[in-house]
Design a protein around this ligand. Structure first.
Ligand code: ZN
Length: 442
C-alpha cells in the first residue's frame, strides 16, 4: 500500500534555475498534522510578532533538519518531528526558526535581485529554488537533501545569527509561557556533531552551526528561568503526540506502529495510529472498523472524518469516501487539503454531477492554497472531463510551473492562451506562466 496519496503532492524542485543538480523536496501535506503543528506553533509565533502568517510545513525527509527560506514558512523534516520527545522541544525548534525570520536573517539573503524577481512571480516553490540558486554567488551555502556535496548546507547561518536566534528563541518561549529547557534538550540531540565530518553530521548541524560556546550560552539563557513554574502544556502535548503518531504511522512499517500504538498518549491517538497501520498493511476490514470507532468517539473532529475519507478512497469505496470527506468539509469548510481530498473523491465517482461538485471543491481548494500540485492535477482532470480544455491546459501549465518544469509549463500555457477568452482572468494567468518561463535563466 502506497503512502497517503497526498504525500509528495507538492514538490519544490530545486532544478528550476539550473545552477544546481535537480533535487526535489517533497512536502508531506496532511491537514491533521499541519493543524497540530500550527496549534503548537501559534503561541511562539505570536510571541515572535509573526502571528498566523507563518505556516509550519513538514518536509518528507527522514534526516534531522529545520529551516526557513522565506518569511512565511517554517520547514521541519519528518525525521526531526519523529525524533523529538515532547511539545516544548518542537516549540523550541519553531522558536529558533521564527527568530531567524524576525531577526532578518532571511530577508538579507532574499535581496538578491534575481531571487526577488522570480519569487514574486510564482511564490513559494520558486522562492525555494531561487534561494537555492542564489547560493552560487552569495555567501550562503545550500542544501535541501544530502546526496550531493554541492547541496549540503541550506542557508547555513553564521555563528552570530545562531547566537541571536537562540537568545530570541528562548525569549519567545518564556513570553509564551513555555519552559525554555526544551531548547537545551534539542541542542543536546546534536551535541558533539561539530566534531564529525560533514558527511556524518545531521543537516541541522550544517544549517545551524553548533559549538560548545553556543551550547553553553543557550544553557545560560534557559537557566535564567530555572525554578520557574510553567503553565500546563496539556493541549500542546496532545497535538504533538497526535502529529508524531500520525506521521510515524504513515512513514514506519505497520508492524512498528502496531507494536507501539498501545502506549499512545490517548485512546483516540491509539485508534488513529492503528487505523493507518491496518490501512497500509492493507487490511481494509480492520482499517475501516477502527476508523469508524474513532469517528464515533470524536464526531466533531474534521481530521478524523478526513482520514476516514482517505482510507475509504484508497480502498476504492468511492461513494462512502465522498460522504466522509463531505462531513470533514462541513466541520472545517476552509481547509484546502480537506477540500482537495473531497474533490478527489467526487472526481472518483465518475459521474457528471460528481464532476461538477469536484470542480467547485477543487477550485475552492486552489483559491485557498495555489501551491498544491495534487489539487492542480485533479483540477486538470475535472476540467478535461467537463470539456473545458482551455482551463484544463491552464491548470496543467500552472502545475508544471510549480514543479519547475517551465518548458512544459510554457507549452500548455500557450495552448491555454489560444483557447481562453482574450483578456479574461484565466487568460491572464496563462500570461503569467509564459512570463515566468521567459524570465527563467536557460
Ligand atoms: Zn539557526
Amino acid at each position: 500500500m502506497r503512502l497517503a496519496a497526498r504525500v509528495l503532492a507538492a514538490a519544490l524542485c530545486l532544478s528550476v534555475i539550473g545552477t544546481l543538480p535537480a533535487k526535489a523536496v517533497g512536502l508531506l501535506r496532511d491537514p491533521d498534522i499541519e493543524h497540530a503543528l500550527n496549534t503548537i506553533a501559534s503561541p511562539i509565533l505570536n510571541a515572535a510578532g509573526l502571528g498566523a502568517r507563518v505556516k509550519v510545513l513538514v518536509v518528507n525527509d527522514q534526516s534531522l533538519n529545520a529551516f526557513v527560506v522565506d518569511a512565511d514558512h517554517i520547514f521541519i523534516h519528518a525525521g526531526l518531528l519523529a525524533r523529538l520527545e515532547n511539545a516544548r522541544q518542537l516549540q523550541s525548534v519553531i522558536a529558533h526558526e521564527a527568530a531567524h525570520i524576525s531577526n532578518g536573517h532571511i530577508a538579507r539573503r532574499m535581496t538578491n535581485a534575481r531571487t526577488a524577481r522570480t519569487s514574486a512571480g510564482l511564490g513559494l516553490a520558486l522562492a525555494a529554488a531561487a534561494a537555492a540558486s542564489g547560493a552560487g554567488g552569495a555567501a550562503a551555502g545550500i542544501a535541501i537533501g544530502t546526496q550531493s556535496s554541492a547541496q549540503r548546507v541550506l542557508f547555513a547561518h553564521t555563528r552570530a545569527e545562531e547566537a541571536s536566534a537562540d537568545q530570541a528563541g528562548v525569549r519567545y518561549m518564556v513570553n509564551a509561557g513555555i519552559n525554555p529547557d526544551g531548547a537545551v534538550e534539542v541542542i543536546d540531540i546534536f551535541r558533539g556533531q561539530e566534531a564529525l565530518s560533514v558527511s556524518r553530521q545531521d543537516p541541522y548541524t550544517r544549517t545551524h552551526p553548533l559549538s560548545q560556546d553556543r551550547f553553553r550560552a543557550l544553557q545560560g539563557f534557559a537557566a535564567a528561568y530555572g525554578g520557574q513554574a510553567w503553565p500546563d502544556s496539556g493541549a500542546a502535548d496532545y497535538w504533538f503526540a497526535r502529529a508524531q503518531g500520525k506521521l510515524t504511522a504513515f512513514t514506519r512499517a505497520p508492524s512498528w506502529t502496531l507494536r507501539r500504538a498501545k502506549s499512545s498518549a490517548t485512546d483516540d491517538i491509539r485508534l488513529m495510529r492503528e487505523a493507518v497501520a491496518y490501512h497500509r498493511q492493507p487490511d481494509v476490514k480492520k482499517a475501516v472498523a477502527t476508523i469508524d470507532k474513532l469517528a464515533s468517539a470524536r464526531p466533531k473532529d474534521p481530521y478524523v472524518q478526513e482520514l476516514r475519507g482517505q482510507i475509504l478512497l484508497e480502498s476504492r469505496n468511492f461513494p462512502a469516501a465522498a460522504n466522509a470527506y463531505g462531513a470533514a468539509v462541513s466541520l472545517s469548510p476552509k481547509d484546502p487539503l480537506i477540500l482537495g481530498g473531497y474533490g478527489r473523491a467526487l472526481l472518483a465517482l465518475d459521474t457528471a454531477d460528481g464532476n461538477k461538485r469536484a470542480l467547485a471543491a477543487l477550485e475552492k481548494a486552489r483559491s485557498l492554497d495555489p501551491y498544491s500540485s495534487g489539487v492542480l492535477r485533479d483540477l486538470g482532470m475535472a476540467y478535461a472531463k467537463a470539456g473545458q480544455n482551455g482551463m484544463a491546459s491552464l491548470v496543467t501549465a500552472e502545475r508544471y510551473a510549480l514543479t519547475g518544469r517551465l518548458k512544459d509549463a510554457a507549452l500548455h500555457a500557450k495552448r491555454a492562451e489560444g483557447l481562453l477568452p482574450r483578456g479574461s482572468a484565466p487568460w491572464q494567468r496563462a500570461q503569467d506562466v509564459l512570463t515566468a518561463a521567459k524570465a527563467a535563466p536557460k
